[in-house]
Ligand binder design. Structure first.
Ligand code: PGA
Length: 246
């Protein structure tokens, strides 16, 4: 696991967007798996700008969602579906047939998970997975205690996730379950990029880098990934041992 620290979240976003843009330029049929939330917001904005300025061809890109809230309709502004359409799929003009997102309204969640896992297998695996990190160390909705042997799966949400998740919704929204790519998919991704910024992430980032590796803090498992890169701003890196920064 490599850790890179940038002076500001703007510079962190630009550097992350540059890596994704280079990946798409080098391999136009790249399979990306995308988180939503505050962490990747600036990166997607920069990436859209770079793609437009440099005329990068996204017509063969394959886009997979990282996770979704179960029971939340796609037109709800708090859904991962809505976020990715607003911030990535729409602005980049990605076609419907290039996109695979979880259907949080599916009556057959296990079928929905198999469909996603099969679509990724068919695409030849994920080239680059972009994730944020929860205050409890979750990755996607792989909550503390998760079974790391799972591919896509539905899961009961941790209390912290239900509480923190309210920030995405316009009014109080009952959240109970999520649907997510599993750790098998995380480990199989050729590149794993974790983005975090701001002081409130400093403690969980410190634990990710230094706590014992295990499912109590799922993000610690990224230390076992063959090609994981953590990109931080100074605030999120604030509690890291100096020897871990580069
Ligand atoms: P955030 O969420 O990017 O909105 O902080 C991260 C997460 O919960 O995975």
């Amino acid at each position: 696991m490599k850790i890179k620290v940038y002076p500001t979240s703007e510079l962190q976003s630009k550097a992350a967007a540059q890596i994704i843009a280079d990946q798409i330029r080098t391999k136009p049929d790249t399979a990306v798996c995308l988180a939503t939330g505050d962490s990747p917001f600036g990166t997607y904005r920069e990436l859209v700008r770079m793609v437009k300025d440099s005329h990068i061809d996204c017509s063969r890109l394959r886009v997979f969602g990282l996770d979704e809230w179960v029971g939340i309709p796609p037109d709800n502004t708090g859904s991962c579906h809505h976020y990715l359409h607003e911030n990535f799929i729409g602005p980049l003009g990605i076609g419907h047939d290039q996109v695979h997102l979880f259907d949080g309204l599916s009556k057959d969640l296990s079928g929905e998970c198999s469909r996603m896992t099969e679509a990724i297998r068919h695409a030849g695996g994920i080239d680059i997975m972009i994730v944020g990190i929860g205050m409890n160390g979750h990755i996607g909705f792989n909550e503390p205690g998760v079974d790391v042997n799972l591919w896509a799966h539905a899961i009961e949400l941790d209390e912290i996730t239900k509480t923190v998740g309210q920030k995405y919704f316009q009014s109080a929204t009952p959240l109970s379950k999520g649907i997510t790519q599993g750790f098998q998919q995380v480990f199989a991704a050729r590149t794993l990029m974790l983005l975090a910024h701001g002081k409130k992430k400093a403690s969980i980032i410190h634990q990710t880098a230094e706590a014992p590796i295990g499912i109590a803090i799922p993000s610690t498992l990224l230390r076992q990934h063959k090609n994981s890169l953590i990109m931080l701003d100074e605030e999120a890196a604030g509690e890291l041992a100096p020897s871990l920064r580069n």
